[in-house]
Design a protein around this ligand. Structure first.
Ligand SMILES: O=P(O)(O)OC[C@H]1O[C@H](O[C@H]2O[C@H](CO)[C@@H](O)[C@H](O)[C@H]2O)[C@H](O)[C@@H](O)[C@@H]1O
Length: 243
């Protein structure tokens, strides 16, 4: 799919459900997770669209629900965080979590020690996993992947997920495909047409799930060019006349 055959605003607004990735899709990629900036106008577009879609818009992110809330405050939207390992639908504040294996402390300590021994490598802790970021140390990519593979050995409880200049250690079976299916089962979303927008390899499962449900998966680079292009599309949908 490319920009020429995007759904019309009327189609999106009358029967769509927007499922939006965050990093690289709504905000530009930065050198480190804490360095992103939320562009002026993004919250306004999202708030308008959420209202026009009668609540059928969710963020589907690798980040935690709390982080997404922090970046979008005061807006509070449905969020499937940590690739769907944590899901929250306002006005309910409860974050739903499936029962998942906890990452062994020894693995966390090993990742911390690799990060402190390798300039430019960052470790990001998650509730049931962690991420090793190598955007500022690209030569560390393969050694880190091999070290993680050695750590998990033949464990079937965890797997290594390739992310954007990062390796993520996550519980097996947690991906954006199951996140999309969980979101689409909620009352505000059921019966609507899933439109997943994402930029990263971790978003491929979300796009595939949306397509399997009769919807569409839009890859940012192919359809919009970059996150600024996505934001312009969302702003145009928010401002579109009619339903
Ligand atoms: O699913 P997303 O909303 O796209 O989140 C994916 C990961 O995003 C963050 O890492 C990525 O973005 C950083 C900021 O631009 C960048 O520095 C890093 O290299 C990227 O991997 C976040 O830190 C992760 O937890 C998310 O899983």
């Amino acid at each position: 799919m490319d920009a020429r055959n995007l759904p019309t605003p009327r189609d999106v607004l009358s029967r769509g459900a927007l499922l939006l990735d965050f990093d690289g899709t709504l905000v530009d990629i930065a050198a480190a997770p804490s360095l992103i900036t939320v562009p002026t106008g993004l919250q306004t577009s999202l708030a308008t669209l959420s209202r026009r879609l009668a609540g059928a818009m969710a963020l589907v992110s690798g980040r935690s629900v709390a982080e997404i809330d922090g970046f979008l405050a005061p807006l509070v939207l449905p969020v499937a965080g940590e690739h769907g390992a944590a899901i929250r639908f306002p006005p309910d504040r409860t974050i739903r979590r499936p029962v998942l294996p906890m990452l062994p402390d020894a693995w966390r300590r090993a990742a911390e020690s690799w990060a402190s021994a390798t300039p430019g490598v960052l470790v990001e802790e998650k509730h049931s996993g962690l991420v090793l970021h190598y955007r500022r140390a690209p030569a560390a990519a393969e050694p880190l992947r091999a070290a993680l593979a050695g750590l998990i050995g033949d464990s079937r409880s965890f797997e290594i997920m390739e992310a954007s200049a990062a390796w993520e250690l996550r519980p097996s079976g947690i991906d954006k495909g199951q996140a999309v299916r969980a979101v689409m089962a909620e009352p505000d979303f059921t019966g609507r047409w899933p439109i997943f927008v994402g930029d990263d390899v971790t978003d491929e499962d979300g796009m595939a799930a949306a397509r399997a449900m009769g919807g569409i998966g839009l890859r940012v680079q192919d359809v919009f060019g970059d996150a600024a292009g996505v934001r312009a599309w969302l702003a145009s949908l928010a401002a579109a006349e009619g339903k």
